[in-house]
Design a protein around this ligand. Structure first.
Ligand code: SF4
Ligand code: SF4
Length: 110
């Protein structure tokens, strides 16, 4: 199941990400891991907890389940990576929600 989520994210999100090379490969893999890959199970869990048309509702769960575990967020809840728009997970979160929910919707209709 995780593979399906990852594939959906790669198709919808990574294909548009500014951190890919000209062939569409993620450039972060060489020296660091994108939070999308590092926390995929937690991201899926956060999104599945919410049913809302407001992205802010999903962001609350993302901060609770993922950002609190991430080394980049400090004890005051501040993330310099996020503030610099350098977190692919945060930057493309609306697309990531769409990707996860599309996998779940196609599973329900199968
Ligand atoms: S940085 Fe993250 S969102 Fe961007 S291509 Fe790499 S894995 Fe995908
Ligand atoms: S926004 Fe910051 S704390 Fe949250 S996953 Fe991205 S880098 Fe980590």
């Amino acid at each position: 199941m995780t593979d399906q989520y990852l594939q959906a994210i790669q198709k919808r999100v990574c294909s548009r990400c500014i951190d890919t090379d000209e062939k569409g490969n993620c450039m972060l893999h060489y020296d660091e891991i994108c939070a999308v890959e590092e926390f995929l199970p937690e991201i899926v869990q956060a999104i599945q907890r919410v049913q809302s048309d407001k992205v802010e509702d999903y962001v609350v769960e993302l901060r609770n389940l993922v950002c609190t575990q991430c080394k980049h967020q400090d004890e005051d809840g501040i993330c310099v990576v996020r503030n610099n728009l350098d977190c692919g997970l945060d930057r493309y979160f609306p697309l990531i929600i769409e990707a996860i929910e599309s996998v779940d919707a196609s599973r329900r209709s199968a």
